[in-house]
Design a protein around this ligand. Structure first.
Ligand SMILES: [Zn+2]
Length: 456
């Protein structure tokens, strides 16, 4: 493996090491060796080769007193010398003294660690960091995986300097995921609630037949037969994935911290145990959907994960690696990542914004998370969520972006093309409970076709 040597100033050594390891080792496939020098920029050399490449050191020049404070954040107006700024201008490269005018490592650190989320107090009604408060959201750049773009700029400069180098090859992949909030939509409901939902089907989903199915299912579910419940779309989801050679991930709620918000089922229910076995036997993935109140509660997270593993082991659905996604995408930087890592999860798939689809961490590759408080790289890896159906499609929710079908598909295409350009992973979230109507099922098929299309 090619070894890249990086000379840098003395400040923030652990943070610099993390950024260099993610960019050069994880993303590009090189070994790195860091060295502190009395200098005020980054300098890259390659073991055994002539030549050097310099980059400005901007982000890690933040004075320690301003670290993780709002005053250390980049402005929206472009380059200010004193503050770290995610450069937008095309990186310039000078031949005479090879310099890339872009702080690749500092910018990558800023986005990947969600630094701004730890530095700002803005929260929405679910205590989530709002898309509109993010730098990329404010600058309308959530559809661009900027970190991937910075890494490409670095790679192009490295190629000019060392033409023989090869980077790690990447291939586009679609990852379908399904949070199991309401496996059955008539279970635990009163007849009055089901009748109201049935009336809503006729108006909102323009599908009166669904209401009849709801009412019929309600009576049968009370008698213990869950097969006809309109929310029981798991066979459909499995078949659509298998037809396209996809391995779906199903995240199950394993604990209860917020009453009805955490759904209406228990892992020990017979239909749920049957489902866990089926998902596993058909080669798909089971994961944890950590409950609403778990994101700041390490004991609760550990308990929920242990319980899911115990039930799965008993049902013959054990796995070597486990991932999680937080219910409602509730997340606090850096606490939630630390707790998930401590609980023993291998990866998290929460980092997307509920209100706007795109690249919350500005990247479409999985990567290890970093604990901004302890200064440590975590074992937990992030697999960023690119789009949730309810964020984008008006036909699956009337909140958030609320786009009609064609505009929504266009938006998904934009995101897909960005992921494709970098050979990244498109993680899609589609709930079993938003496939109730024929219209919604067709929309799901259309979305999968779009995201798996060879071209166009
Ligand atoms: Zn959920």
């Amino acid at each position: 493996v090619t070894r890249v040597l990086i000379a840098h100033p003395a400040s923030y050594p652990a943070e610099r090491r993390y950024a260099c390891e993610v960019v050069l080792e994880e993303f590009l496939g090189f070994d790195v060796e860091l060295r502190v020098e009395a200098r005020c920029d980054w300098e890259l050399t390659v073991a055994g080769l002539e030549g050097r490449l310099r980059m400005p050191d901007v982000f890690f020049a933040i004075p320690p007193a301003r670290w993780l404070t709002a005053s250390s954040l980049p402005g929206d107006d472009g380059a200010l010398a004193a503050t770290p700024v995610p450069y937008l201008a095309a990186a310039t490269y000078q031949r005479q003294q090879p310099t890339l005018d872009l702080d690749v490592f500092g910018n990558a650190f800023f986005f990947l660690t969600r630094y701004e989320e730890a530095a700002l107090d803005e929260r929405d009604e679910h205590d989530r960091f709002p898309a509109d408060a993010s730098w990329a959201g404010r600058n309308n750049l959530l559809t661009r995986p900027l970190v991937n773009e910075y890494v490409d700029a670095l790679w192009r400069a490295m190629q000019r300097e060392w033409p023989g180098l090869e980077r790690r090859p990447r291939e586009f992949r679609l990852q379908a995921t399904h949070d199991v909030d309401w496996p059955h939509v008539t279970r635990g409901r009163t007849l009055r609630q089901v009748a109201r939902a049935a009336a809503g089907d006729a108006v909102r989903l323009r599908e009166p037949g669904l209401g009849t199915r709801r009412l019929a299912a309600w009576a049968r579910v009370r008698a213990g037969d869950f097969s006809g419940d309109p929310g029981n779309t798991f066979d459909f989801l499995l078949a659509e994935s298998e037809r396209r050679g996809l391995r779906s991930a199903f995240y199950f709620i394993s604990g209860r911290t917020a009453g009805e918000i955490d759904g209406c089922y228990d892992l020990e229910d017979r239909p749920i145990r049957d489902l866990l076995r089926k998902v596993s036997a058909r080669g798909h993935e089971v994961g944890l959907h950590s409950s609403y109140g778990s994101y700041l509660d390490p004991c609760q997270l550990s308990h929920e994960f242990a319980r899911l593993r115990a039930v799965c082991r008993r049902e013959g659905a054990a796995q070597a690696e486990w991932g999680a996604r937080q219910h409602y995408l509730r997340w606090r930087t850096p606490d939630t990542a630390r707790y998930l890592s401590q609980a023993g999860l291998c990866y998290d798939a929460t980092l997307g914004f509920a209100t706007r689809a795109g690249f919350r961490a500005a990247v479409c590759y999985e990567y290890p998370l970093f604990d901004l408080e302890t200064g440590r790289k975590l074992r937990l890896r992030e697999r960023p969520l690119v789009a949730m159906e309810m964020t984008v499609f008006a036909d699956t929710s009337q909140r958030y972006m609320n786009l009609p079908r064609l505009e929504a598909l266009d938006y998904m295409r934009t995101l897909r093309d960005a992921v494709r350009r970098h050979g990244g992973t498109f993680t899609l979230l589609w709930h079993n409970s938003t496939l109730l109507s024929k219209r919604q099922q067709n929309l799901y098929r259309e979305t999968l076709d779009l995201l798996t299309a060879r071209d166009g």
